[in-house]
Design a protein around this ligand. Structure first.
Ligand code: 0O2
Length: 199
């Protein structure tokens, strides 16, 4: 008989309430940070922010994809994005300002950082990834990006799950990369405009 996911069988074991508390705590800290920055500069640096606990099915699928056993250890220690935030900013400089604030947050320790903005992935993906550890040991991933980067990632994600029947894979891959580069160049232009307006 097919098993249905229930609380007892969760890949997160008994740690789901603790994960929810960490998610809510960080959500609050991000809201406080936005309010503080808005007060100081007159501008909210965050366009939107999404926090989530990776669903049971997505986490099990990620374990399988990475050849890991579907265990609590894999989900919470080996894979470190069970708790994740995507913070989307208008401007490039805001991405790094938010990054610096997060790194200074008491209790959050940055354990790894991957800057796919300065060094984009070969397919054109851009984002700043921070893995942090919260008190209690749970890992929390932050993906920081601009609106343009977010648009590209959303469209690329969408296309990835569409079957290619046209045989144009190479062209599609090259076009996606070209679009990513055009958007990255727009981000730099928008940042320059903003700097000109603000000085
Ligand atoms: P989901 O469903 O979006 O959560 P690692 O390779 O693990 O050492 P990295 O590169 O930070 O370090 O991790 P990974 O697992 O490659 O990517 C982490 C997340 O970044 C992914 O989570 C995606 O959300 C996003 N991401 C990474 N690469 C791409 C990409 O090429 N396109 C898009 N659209 N998103 C990407 P999940 O769990 O794969 O997916």
């Amino acid at each position: 008989m097919e098993q249905t996911a229930n609380h007892k069988e969760s890949i997160y074991g008994s740690r789901l309430p603790e994960m929810e508390a960490v998610l809510a705590d960080i959500q609050r800290r991000i809201e406080d940070l936005r309010a503080k920055m808005l007060h100081e500069t007159g501008m909210d640096p965050v366009e939107h922010c999404l926090g989530r606990i990776k669903s049971e099915e997505s986490m099990r699928e990620k374990c399988r994809r990475q050849g890991l056993p579907e265990t609590e250890e894999s989900a919470l220690v080996t894979i470190r994005d069970a708790i994740g935030f995507r913070i989307v900013c208008a401007f490039l400089s805001d991405v790094y300002r938010i990054r610096d604030h997060l790194a200074r947050e008491s209790g959050l320790t940055v354990v790894s950082e991957k800057d796919y903005i300065r060094s984009a992935k070969p397919n054109g993906y851009r984002s700043l990834h921070l893995i942090t550890q919260a008190p209690g040991g749970l890992f929390v991933e932050f993906q920081l990006r601009t609106i343009s980067m977010d648009t590209w990632a959303a469209l690329e994600h969408h296309l990835k799950y569409k079957k290619t029947v046209s045989g144009n894979t190479e062209l599609i891959v090259a076009e996606l990369k070209r679009c990513a580069e055009e958007l990255a160049s727009t981000d730099v232009s928008m940042q320059t405009l903003r700097d000109m307006i603000l000085t």
